[in-house]
Design a protein around this ligand. Structure first.
Ligand code: PGA
Length: 247
């Protein structure tokens, strides 16, 4: 099995004001104390530059970028703007954006390529609804979603995948460990079908109500290479046991 470093990333979503920069600093200190794990925070764009100064051993990332370099796109941010502010990663294709902003698989592949062109690493999110899970189709549906959103040139040195069941996000519910194991293996197989052996180097994160109580069990699954963490990343105190479980 490929030697994949664990990657633990906080997704602050639409949370975080300057008053929370102390948490960023504390998480930066936590990251520096765990050099064997890649730790980062995907922050509201308004905090990226200020967070960059106090990020310690963590990286700072964005939560989305536009697929174009510049132009008449009011309210949007290009990958180069985010990189200039201090981001080194960005999320693309989070289910909240797929739903709220109507982003398509093709949009997400284009955003990933734009991010890469600006020098950002990318976390590409996929995941099923509860209806799909209940119908027993989750692995096939999410594998197809991954392949439809996958940018050309996908490789582990710039791209990670986050499997986030929509029904597990922010709900405190998670799939069974067997279901997570089966999904992550299915996603790696799907990747291997597209990019061959290079799939072994692509990190596949689990996301959706990961916390200090369930992280160790989730991170022990062979194809779970880290986590994308929402609520439990907002304070260093809640995030610490997850980073420790990954170390
Ligand atoms: P959650 O969010 O950890 O709060 O469930 C995860 C995510 O949406 O990235």
């Amino acid at each position: 099995m490929a030697d994949r470093r664990k990657l633990v990333v906080g997704n602050w979503k639409m949370n975080g004001m300057k008053a929370q920069l102390g948490e960023v600093e504390a998480i930066g200190t936590l990251a520096a104390a765990h050099p064997g794990v890649d730790v980062g925070l995907c922050l509201p764009a308004t905090l990226i530059a200020a967070a960059d100064a106090g990020k310690g051993g963590a990286f700072v990332g964005a939560q989305d970028c536009h697929m174009k370099d510049s132009g008449a796109h009011t309210g949007c941010l290009s990958a180069a703007m985010l990189a200039e502010a201090g981001a080194t990663w960005t999320i693309v294709g989070h289910s909240e954006r797929r739903q709220d902003q109507g982003e398509s698989d093709a949009d997400i592949a284009a955003k990933a390529l734009a991010a890469r062109a600006a020098g950002l690493k990318v976390i590409l999110c996929v995941g099923e609804s509860l209806d799909v899970r209940d119908a027993g189709d989750a692995e096939a549906v999410v594998s197809a979603q991954l392949l439809a959103s996958l940018p050309d040139g996908a490789a582990g040195d710039w791209l990670a995948i986050a499997y986030e069941p929509i029904w597990a996000i922010g709900t405190g519910r998670i799939p069974t460990m067997d279901a997570v194991d089966a999904m992550h293996r299915a996603l790696r197989d799907a990747l291997a079908g597209r990019i061959g052996d290079a799939a072994q180097a692509v990190r596949i994160l689990y996301g959706g109500s990961m916390n200090g109580d369930n992280a160790a069990e989730l991170l022990a699954i062979a194809d779970v290479d880290g986590g994308l963490v929402g609520g439990a990343s907002l304070t260093a105190a809640k995030f610490a046991p997850i980073v420790q479980a990954a170390a």
